[in-house]
Design a protein around this ligand. Structure first.
Ligand code: PEP
Ligand code: MN
Length: 408
């Protein structure tokens, strides 16, 4: 087994596993028998790194400022990015929304806002069931454009490893564009690490992320698929592939935490992902649901504080507040989202901690997927319900959320 090659491009035999291939991993595609699997893996092992190590280190320094209470983190984007929405125009629209929301949050908090997109690689989705019914036919579920297509046919839903190369190419282009923008902005903030835009996604598909773990200058390794990878609520089991992969790399990393996590579970994650207690290394993204925050969060915050992990506390007030509308569509109420984010802030501020991070699924266009603000009735959800996966706020709803949290 070759797990951590010391340096240089990876030249592994076709069937030689990376460390993470040998660990249990939930939510993985079923494609290892596909004829294209081995050639694709070989191509990924040799593919150019979308992000560079010094970039991840720069974001790490910015997140250390957030952990210390001197800045905010705003993480925004689609639930699932589309490979069909990768034109420069799409990218510009998404970055404009990230920046407008970042500027508003900066204006309201009076602080600097580190801007991170769910962008450049958010192509893989964990799902609650492996199949679904379409007109009486049972089909594999859509798992994100890294794995299959949302079209409801057996061919389109087949897991296709060649999609990893499409995702890599799209991600590399986006990260190149982000780099160009950060360069243009350098100098406006001389002497400080860039506030963004940075890329992030859920590091879910081990066959994709594993080959993009690369040597870091100065020792160790980093994950070159994104600046800020996170492990999701469904794959945060200790000793499994996802947590071990993030534990092994030097990027700043994040972990979602849902209402079933005990303080002991979270401490185990902190020990594994932030063993040196490094400011900015670990972002905890809490996604409890508004009814659970006050029950679950205080003990958890106290435990992490006592253990001395200088984490970036972030709220994802969306994933615990998903409901079905009368017509069957998945939706979320802006009021519930705002209440969870406000409760998160209250719990931390009562303890003298910084409620620094806000994580929102937000579209770049005027979609009608969540209720509240300019989407007034359940009937209007169908007007522009366009998400590939979870319901997103539209930009106006996201603005309203910031106004509710931080009134002018
Ligand atoms: C997501 O962020 O889209 C997601 C699946 O979240 P979670 O892991 O918190 O359920
Ligand atoms: Mn989602």
């Amino acid at each position: 087994m070759s797990s951590f090659p010391a340096e240089g491009p990876r030249v592994l035999a076709d069937d030689e596993p990376l460390l993470w291939d040998l660990l249990p991993a939930a939510q993985q595609p079923d494609w290892r028998d596909h004829a294209a699997y081995r050639p694709t893996r070989r191509a990924l092992l040799q593919a150019a790194p979308p992000v560079l190590f010094p970039e991840t280190a720069e974001l790490h320094r910015s997140l250390a400022e957030v952990a210390a209470g001197g800045a905010w983190l705003l993480q925004v984007g689609d639930c699932a990015e589309s490979l069909a929405e990768q034109t420069p125009g799409h990218l510009a629209a998404r970055l404009a929304v990230l920046d407008a929301l970042g500027d508003r949050l900066a204006d309201r908090t009076g602080g600097r806002v580190v801007r991170v997109g769910r962008i450049g690689g958010q192509f893989a989705k964990p799902r609650s069931a492996p199949t679904e019914l379409h007109g009486g036919v049972e089909l594999p579920v859509f798992r994100g454009h890294l794995v299959n297509s949302e079209e409801p046919t057996p061919e389109a839903r087949r897991h296709d490893p060649r999609r990893m190369l499409l995702a890599h190419r799209a991600g590399a282009r986006v990260c190149e564009q982000l780099r160009r923008i950060r360069r243009e902005r350098a100098g406006t903030d001389a002497g400080r690490p860039a506030a963004g835009p940075w890329a992030s996604h859920e590091a879910l598909v081990v066959d994709y992320e594993g080959p993009l773990v690369r040597p870091a200058p100065g020792g160790g390794e980093y994950l070159a698929s994104t600046h800020l990878p996170w492990v999701g609520e469904r794959t945060r089991q200790p000793d499994a592939a996802h947590v071990e992969l993030l534990a092994a790399v030097r990027n700043p990393v994040a972990c979602k935490v849902g209402p079933t996590a005990s303080p002991a579970d979270v401490l185990a994650l902190c020990r594994r992902l932030d063993p040196e207690r490094t400011p900015g290394r670990l972002t905890l993204i809490l996604r409890f649901g508004r009814a659970e925050v006050d029950r679950v969060m205080p003990d958890l915050v106290d435990a992490v504080r006592r253990a001395g992990h200088p984490v970036v506390w972030t709220t994802d007030p969306m994933h615990g507040n998903t409901v079905r509308a009368a017509g069957g569509l998945k939706t979320r109420h802006l009021r519930a989202i705002a209440e969870e984010a406000a409760a998160f802030r209250r719990v931390l501020e009562r303890r003298g901690r910084h409620a620094g991070g806000l994580h929102l699924e937000t579209a770049a266009t005027d979609v009608t997927e969540c209720l509240g603000g300019n989407v007034r009735t359940e009937a209007s959800l169908t007007d522009r319900y366009q998400t590939l996966c979870d319901p997103r706020l539209n930009p106006e709803q996201a603005n309203e959320l910031i106004d509710l949290l931080y009134p002018a």
